[in-house]
Design a protein around this ligand. Structure first.
Ligand code: SF4
Ligand code: FES
Length: 244
């Protein structure tokens, strides 16, 4: 395939960025999207040019670091997958592909497509953990938890902290992320002990770091690669009211 890439280039957070155009020939439909960017970078390096900076680690949909806007969608146009799982077979011969970093004030651009998502770490540090010593894996029946509850907690715990929910939200709200982190504990007995302190601290930190309120538009849920549900936000609100 031949593709035209329009990629956001920005030297650092203070610099003005702009789109640069790159022509790619011989893109195989079997390539992963990040492999296509690797091929572009190889070409740029061979030409003595600055390669496009983009973040990635696991390339298995686990670490959450590969987020970028592709043709107007966080992680690209295919629902429920991360950028690293996006295949070039979803693109067409001659297509123009627009590639941008997350656009949200709490996620400043470090370079090109890489943004600083350490605000999420700060929210987690504020209270997104349990302080009891959990030791090694307990005997399976020592804490009886209804299957429905453990399934729900697991569905919340699969949030990978990618930030697509923030990027998709017109208010740059982090509520889907925070609600997933609150829910994974709120649904289980181990999380009840510090529930009030946790929700107060995480919401306070989220507000302090400049994330907006929930816009109720649901774009976070629509764009989340792990299909974290809006019902988590309802649970976050209930936990927050209970904490005062
Ligand atoms: S809620 Fe979804 S979109 Fe938001 S950080 Fe977690 S996995 Fe990413
Ligand atoms: S590189 Fe880890 S989720 Fe994509």
């Amino acid at each position: 395939m031949k593709l035209t890439l329009k990629i956001w280039r920005q030297k650092n957070a203070a610099a003005r960025g702009k789109f640069e155009t790159y022509q790619m020939n011989n893109v195989s439909p079997e390539m992963a999207f990040l492999e296509m960017l690797d091929a572009l970078n190889k070409k740029l390096v061979e030409e003595g040019k600055d390669p496009v900076a983009f973040d990635h680690d696991c390339r298995e949909g686990i670490c959450g670091s590969c987020g970028m806007y592709i043709n107007g969608h966080p992680h690209g146009p295919i629902p429920a997958i991360t950028t690293c799982h996006l295949s070039m077979r979803f693109f067409e011969e001659g297509q123009t592909v627009w590639i941008e970093p997350w656009r949200a004030k709490p996620f400043p651009v470090i370079k090109d497509l890489i943004v600083d998502r350490s605000a999420f770490d700060k929210i987690q540090l504020a209270g997104g953990y349990i302080s009891v010593n959990t030791g090694s894996a307990p005997e399976a029946n020592s804490n009886l938890i209804p299957k429905k509850k453990s399934d729900e907690a697991f569905d919340s715990a699969i949030c990978i902290g990618c930030g697509a929910c923030v990027a998709a939200c017109k208010n740059a709200s982090a509520m889907l992320f925070v609600s997933a982190k609150i829910s994974q504990f709120a649904l289980l007995p181990q999380g009840k002990v510090e529930a009030k302190e946790r929700v107060r601290a995480m919401v306070e930190k989220m507000d302090e770091l400049g994330f907006g309120n929930c816009s109720n538009s649901g774009s976070c849920e629509a764009e989340c690669p792990k299909q974290i549900r809006l019902s988590n936000i309802a649970r976050l609100n209930r936990e927050f009211y209970k904490a005062y």
